[in-house]
Ligand binder design. Structure first.
Ligand SMILES: [Zn+2]
Length: 114
């Protein structure tokens, strides 16, 4: 379960942000992950709840957005949104797909603190 390690590093960022802005409480955060990271929002929620207990982020709302995989065919140029990773173009016989979005993005989209 790599979500635990991810949330651990998110916690560090949150603590840094609180210090920088002179705030004491995290109200909410929004996270974005590329679909190919295979991050499970439910596991993020679970890890966040466990790790935030007793700290400044306890009770914060957490929203996890999974960015869909978007690929462009290097042959026909078709842009495809994929549910799962696919190495070849669904529209032409031998077009190789280039993943342009949804690969390994992992970021905090926004933090609300007070
Ligand atoms: Zn193609």
């Amino acid at each position: 379960m790599h979500e635990l390690a991810i949330v651990e590093s998110i916690m560090e960022t949150l603590i840094d942000q609180l210090r920088i802005h002179g705030c004491t409480k995290v109200v909410g955060i929004k996270l974005e992950f590329g679909a190919m990271t295979a991050v499970m929002p439910a596991a993020i929620d679970f890890a966040f709840e466990a790790l935030s207990k007793g700290g400044p982020a306890e009770g914060a709302t957490i929203e996890t957005i999974i960015i869909p995989i978007k690929a462009i065919c290097s042959d026909c140029g078709t842009e495809t949104l994929l549910e799962d990773y696919l190495p070849f173009c669904p529209n032409c016989p031998d077009g190789a797909l280039q993943i342009v979005q949804g690969r390994d993005e992992m970021k905090i989209a926004s933090i609300e603190i007070e």
